[in-house]
Write a protein that binds this ligand. Structure first.
Ligand code: COA
Length: 260
């Protein structure tokens, strides 16, 4: 895959996507969003990709937000389109991605950067990371799902405060807020995240896809998540992974899931 603003690397099924504009603190411009969409599409289709780790290049930033220089002179309609297209192409695409996506937050995750990390299925941060939604300091509100996903993760009051103050929280406060699951030393971030990815890969990725759909159903309006769970649970009984998982357990051996 040839890209200008991102790098990709497959390490035995763990597919790392690195946002690579360190001079601009990995800010998300139009091209970066396009390339991320392409990389995720290819990762979805590839049998060689099992788990995705999303991170930023360098030690300073995961992503310092949407690229402000690109939208500074936008009209109302262009602004609306920017949010709608971005949400569809990248943020919702990642949130509903059928393979696990882990954000490894290696520095500033601000605005669209925190929104991207929140669209991932869960987050690990290095202890130098700083997170916030500073849009109101620019006369905007978050447009890539931040007003919805932040309260889901940290609760309404904390989300209100973070968005109203436009301030940043550090990694330990993010841990306390349940915004990230783990905090580690910057130099251990990728290894630590890959260890979690390794644990995930031992399980049935078909079942994990079904679990992602069922968990996400809890956050969709007008959808009965319990019913989605019942349906997904039932469908699991028709998979080869189910047959392998249960027969491996009963014959006291490790499962070798075919992924079907
Ligand atoms: N969009 C476009 N460019 C950005 C950017 C963004 N969101 N965030 C950082 N950059 C650029 C800076 O303009 C600067 O470019 P330059 O060297 O060509 O002038 C470069 O990245 C380095 O950033 P700089 O501001 O010099 O680093 P700093 O260490 O002084 O400050 C931050 C770091 C993160 C506090 C600061 O860059 C910042 O506030 N960024 C914007 C965050 C934001 O509001 N995001 C939400 C956007 S909706």
């Amino acid at each position: 895959m040839e890209f200008e603003s991102i790098l990709t690397e497959n390490n035995h099924g763990i597919f790392r996507i690195i946002i690579n504009r360190p001079k601009k603190l990995n800010a998300l411009n139009r091209n970066t969003i396009e390339e991320l969409h392409r990389a995720f599409t290819e990762a979805k289709e590839s049998n060689e990709v099992k788990v995705i780790i999303l991170t930023g290049m360098g030690e300073k930033a995961f992503v310092a937000g949407a690229d402000i220089s690109e939208f500074a002179d936008f009209s109302l309609e262009e602004g609306r389109k920017l949010a709608a297209e971005g949400q569809k192409k990248l943020f919702d695409f990642v949130a509903n991605f059928p393979k696990p996506v882990i954000a490894a937050i290696n520095g500033f995750a601000l605005g669209g950067g925190l929104e991207l990390a929140m669209a991932a299925h869960f987050r690990v941060a290095s202890d130098n990371a700083k997170m916030g939604l500073p849009e109101t300091s620019l006369g905007l509100i978050p447009g890539y799902g931040g007003t919805q996903r932040l309260p889901q993760l940290v609760g309404k009051g904390r989300a209100m405060e973070m968005i109203m103050t436009a301030g940043m929280i550090d990694a330990n406060q993010a841990l306390q807020y349940n915004l990230v699951n783990h905090v580690c030393e910057p130099e251990e971030l990728i290894e630590f995240t890959e260890k979690i990815a390794g644990k995930i890969m031992k399980n049935s990725l078909v079942a994990i896809s079904a679990a992602i759909r069922a968990i996400n159903a809890n956050f969709e309006d007008g959808i009965n998540g319990f019913q989605v769970e019942i349906n997904e649970f039932g469908s699991s009984f028709g998979t080869e992974d189910f047959k392998e998982g249960t027969s491996a357990f009963l014959s006291k051996r490790k499962a070798n899931f075919p992924g079907k």
